[in-house]
Design a protein around this ligand. Structure first.
Ligand SMILES: [Zn+2]
Length: 111
């Protein structure tokens, strides 16, 4: 049994590639590609590659539907990550000393 989803790229069926050609002479079409669901792109490994055949199709989808996606998860205020900024003396590959600025995330979960 084949386990797949159709690529969600809005223009997937318009790309001129031979693997999209279906039908018989006189009634050929370019068809949306199948995205096989494997252990690498489904279940706990679900990602954009579960729904799109390529980065290009993902970009087409994101650019076409960005307003709707943002409406689902709007950002109305800035997020912040507590940090500490630490200056440390360091030495580069040629032996010169320099001051390195390190940004260290602060654990706020009490652990
Ligand atoms: Zn596609």
């Amino acid at each position: 049994m084949s386990n797949f989803v159709w690529c969600h790229g809005p223009s997937c069926h318009k790309s001129h590639t031979q693997d999209r050609i279906r039908g018989v002479k006189g009634s050929k079409v370019l068809r949306t590609k199948k995205v096989q669901q494997t252990t690498y792109n489904s279940g706990q490994h679900m990602s954009m590659y579960s729904y799109f055949c390529s980065q290009g199709c993902y970009n087409d989808f994101a650019n076409t539907y960005v307003r709707e996606v943002i409406a689902l998860h709007p950002r109305t205020e800035a997020l912040e990550t507590p940090i500490e900024v630490v200056k440390e003396q360091a030495r580069d590959w040629s032996g010169r000393d320099y001051m390195e600025t390190k940004i260290i995330a602060v654990d706020t979960n009490g652990g």
